[in-house]
Write a protein that binds this ligand. Sequence first.
Ligand code: FES
Ligand code: FE2
Length: 393
Amino acid sequence: MRQPLHLLPRDVAPVPNVDLEAEADLARCGALKDYWYVACLSTELRPGKPLARTLFGTGLVLFRDAQGQPTALRDRCLHRNARLSRGAVFDGRIGCPYHGWVYDASGAVVEVPSLGPSQRSELLNAEACAREGLKPEPCALGRVSRFPAVEQDGLVFVYMGGDAPARAAPFRVPHWGQDGWTVYFMVTRFPNGVTNLVENFMDVPHTLFVHPGWFRKPARKRVPATVRRAEGSVLVTYKQAQDTLTGLGRLFNPRGLPLVHTDMFHVPNVTRVDYLWGEHGFVINSQCTPAGPTDSWVYTAISYRLPVDVPGALVGRALKPLVRWYTRQVIQQDVDIMDIQREALLDGPGGGVYSGTEADLHHADIEAYRRWLREGGQGSGPEAAERDMVFWI
Ligand code: FES
Ligand SMILES: [Fe+2]
């Protein structure tokens, strides 16, 4: 049974659907921070090199410890607050670029060059030092905040939820390490907030306008779909008769098998789009990391498996640059439209109040989950629901 979206009564002041400022602020994002977020690709975190990243408006420095494990510390020296990420990594520790204080992977100060070989103040004026809160030796200086970091499926994740336990394990990259599947990553900085990004990645009608000819031909087709919301996921199953993709989509389907297209959102920041023809096809998995209110990093994993009649690994390898070029163009088109949306959203009061039709049913579900988390994520959240919708492309 189809249900139309409820329109707001005219006399109620509209409440913004998104609060990008709060979503990206560690102090105001509620339970949105209680998840693992991608901070970088494994390949970006090179031994001996610090890497600066901002998550939820908080600067972090990432580096590999002596065992090669990823480490994430607050990117601010305890001494005079210089950026540690501008310093050097050696023996799994990091040295500040300003006066050389050294921190180990737990964030503790372990060496202060100005203390000399004894690493202890001579304390000629112990009373004055105590009065000023000065410390006699490195270990008394304390530590910078450390954030748990793990590496999985080619990605480095950081947890910023403090003492609260993570609400879910780091998201697994689809088909990572599976026979016959190729996976590659694309890293993109998007000038918009996470809610708007995940909605964009789960949006079919925009493809005709933002990616004309890259995905689909405008055909005035009726697209029925089912939207299922349950346990923090929103699954859209498209039931369009004879759905086809143009562009590179053709490569995956020389035998004209029916296309199975599903879009999925997982709280709080992940989308997964599957285009499958039998046993082959491609999956686009996007994990969004908020840096600031309209500044996000998106880690896109593209997993694909070519049909057996596209001859072998050789062609697969030859196609790689073409597939990469194609996906980069498509992502850049989304970056541009997200910039256009951001510009108007921030243009005076009233931004962030969205209206919609049935084609936006799943967007309303995504917003409901993210709003619930931003408000603290108490209880079981939006209740499960399954509805049909129809739109035209
Ligand atoms: S500011 Fe870092 S050592 Fe002085
Ligand atoms: Fe798009």
